[in-house]
Design a protein around this ligand. Structure first.
Ligand SMILES: *Cc1c(COP(=O)(O)O)cnc(C)c1O
Length: 226
């Protein structure tokens, strides 16, 4: 139990000037988040809306909360008042709902589009063609989307021991990122590339990630039997 301070310091050193660390605290108690906060960590990632809302109420207000899970449109309203960055946007309707709730809260919410790069069927996200479609849609309805800003892409590699496979998937996402980073508009400006987790962040950083989402290395393995 508790956080791994040594590992935290090592990772901070490894990522320094290359990538932002998002400490993924899903299923972990508020005390563990506070402990990492006390060491200077400010970016935390959560996957479940209700859990995030509860933790946000308990913990310091200068924490930047990243929503990294699969977000359902009907739950956007609960996190819209405070969320710092939504990583997993995987449909145009979701983007519309985020815009609507952001407007209600009189703020602009930053989003990452999730791109499907893994071989597995189960992972959410756009393929390359769908990405081009959504970019076209955002641009053609620019005036409608004043309260969101797409600032980057997010992806998850295959859950695999095959480092070559993982590397090639990250490489592919970086390529897609670089191509689309040239197409900026007022609410579509790609600067953040969120890729890499506990098992593959080193490869992700080598392949150009500038935001790593790391959970179990910092907080220990998760136990879902609660
Ligand atoms: C849980 C989760 C992570 C962190 O996973 P670890 O392997 O514990 O580092 C990162 N990204 C997403 C989208 C997750 O759901």
């Amino acid at each position: 139990m508790g956080i791994n301070i040594e590992k935290y310091n090592t990772i901070i050193e490894e990522l320094k000037s290359k990538a932002t660390l998002v400490a993924v605290s899903k299923t972990k108690p508020a005390e563990d988040i506070q402990a990492l906060y006390d060491l200077g960590q400010r970016n935390f990632g959560e996957n479940y809306v209700q859990e995030l809302v509860e933790k946000e109420a308990l913990l310091p207000k200068d924490i930047r909360w990243h929503f990294i899970g699969h977000l359902q449109s009907n739950k956007v309203k609960y996190i819209a008042p405070f969320v710092h960055l939504i990583h997993g946007v995987d449909s145009f309707n979701l983007l519309k709902e985020i815009n609507k709730q952001a407007l209600k809260n009189n703020r602009v919410i930053n989003c990452l589009l999730q791109i499907h790069i893994a071989k597995e069927e189960t992972k959410f996200g756009f393929d390359e063609n769908e990405l081009q479609e959504i970019i076209t849609q955002i641009k053609s309805e620019l005036h409608e989307f004043k309260n969101i800003k797409v600032i980057g892409l997010m992806g998850m590699a295959s859950f695999s021991d095959n480092n070559d496979l993982i590397r090639s998937e990250f490489k592919n996402l970086k390529k897609i990122f670089d191509i689309n980073a040239q197409l900026s508009t007022i609410n579509f400006q790609l600067s953040t590339l969120s890729m890499g987790m506990s098992g593959d962040y080193k490869i992700a950083i080598e392949e150009g990630s500038n935001m790593a989402r790391i959970g179990s290395l910092l907080f220990g393995e998760r136990n879902y039997n609660h």
